[in-house]
Design a protein around this ligand. Structure first.
Ligand code: AN0
Ligand code: CP
Length: 314
């Protein structure tokens, strides 16, 4: 693997899932691989899981870790080409990415969307600029439109907990008071299309995701109908895609309860707002997989970093 910008960077998803599960059983087996190698983890946005699990993954591989919150700790970065930098930005990405590349062997980056400028968000300017001007591999820790480390984690978790050869997996929209990105549902949908599951998406009308991503996946507007016979229910809020970044509904009837999911396992990427997205009774039951999912973030990241280090070592 040369980089991990999106799920297309995975050669063979089933094999990567297996490799992550092998690492989970023996996390320190490759301590030499990352010796004298450094990952630079750069954040434009908050994080709990991504930050700690990716750090742990790198350390499990023997790597050194440097972390920087770019918005608060560094210079304001300029991404436009040819601008006269007479306003707020103090440093151009051309210098910044080239400089950081001399200090680290892998750059991992988190940069959320604006949710106001669809074209700009879909351009993925921040991660693409790092990719262009850095001389080391770039790993996506959630960009404007994708969260591929989360999606790999979710696939690992389903693999570990499935009791049928082809389980039914439902991605359901759920209410939230603030406008949230499409990155998690986008990557989850793409991943479910890559593995052997019966996958359905449900959301209120007006919450259609990018049709280029949902493709042939059935979209059922009636949540009860969609949830019938589900084995895994994955809840997530996202803002409108068509009416970009807007909140069209906060309908409490879409909140996930035990009555709705019956015997299904519950999944969410976290952080989750209790009794908005999902009722306490679900999160506090043994049907919830959210803690196990968060644990798998380490092994998803470790599998990815290992592939990149091995490729670089060739
Ligand atoms: C972010 C999102 O929805 O993309 C991060 C999730 C991993 N969530 C929030 O901002 C609450
Ligand atoms: N799931 C996830 O990416 O969590 P954080 O935003 O806390 O990193």
């Amino acid at each position: 693997m040369q980089q991990y910008i999106d799920l297309e960077d995975i050669d063979n998803v089933d094999s990567l899932i297996e490799k992550a599960i092998v690492l989970k059983n023996n996390p320190f087996a490759h301590k030499e691989l990352g010796k004298n190698k450094t990952i630079g983890m750069l954040f434009f946005n908050s994080s709990l899981r991504t930050r700690l699990s990716t750090q742990k993954a790198a350390q499990n591989l023997g790597m050194e870790v440097m972390i920087m919150n770019l918005n608060s700790d560094s210079w304001g970065l300029e991404f436009e080409d040819g601008t006269v930098m007479d306003a707020c930005t103090a440093e151009h990405i051309k210098e910044a990415a080239a400089v950081i590349s001399q200090y680290v062997d892998i750059i991992a980056l988190r940069a959320f969307p604006t949710l106001s400028d669809k074209a700009k968000d879909e351009e993925e300017q921040i991660i693409k600029s790092f990719q262009k001007y850095a001389s080391v591999p770039v790993v996506n820790m959630e960009s404007a439109t994708a969260h591929p480390l989360q999606a790999l984690t979710d696939a690992i978790t389903i693999k570990e907990h499935q009791t049928k050869e082809r389980p039914k997996v439902v991605l359901t929209w759920a209410p939230h008071p603030r406008a949230l990105p499409h990155a998690v549902p986008n990557s989850f949908a793409k991943m479910m299309q890559m593995i052997d599951v019966d996958f359905v998406i449900t959301h209120p009308e007006g919450y259609e995701l990018n049709p280029k991503i949902t493709g042939d996946t059935p979209i059922v507007y009636n949540q009860d109908e969609a949830l019938k016979n589900a084995d895994f229910v994955y809840a997530k809020n996202w803002s409108s895609y068509n009416d970009y970044g807007q909140i069209k509904s906060t309908d409490k009837n879409w909140m996930i309860t035990l009555e709705k999911i019956k015997q299904a396992k519950f999944m969410h990427c976290l952080p989750v707002r209790r009794n908005m997205i999902v009722a306490d009774e679900v999160l506090d039951s043994n049907q919830s997989l959210v803690i196990q999912q968060a644990n798998n973030r380490t092994y998803a990241a470790q599998a990815v970093l290992k592939e990149i280090l091995e490729q670089r070592g060739k």
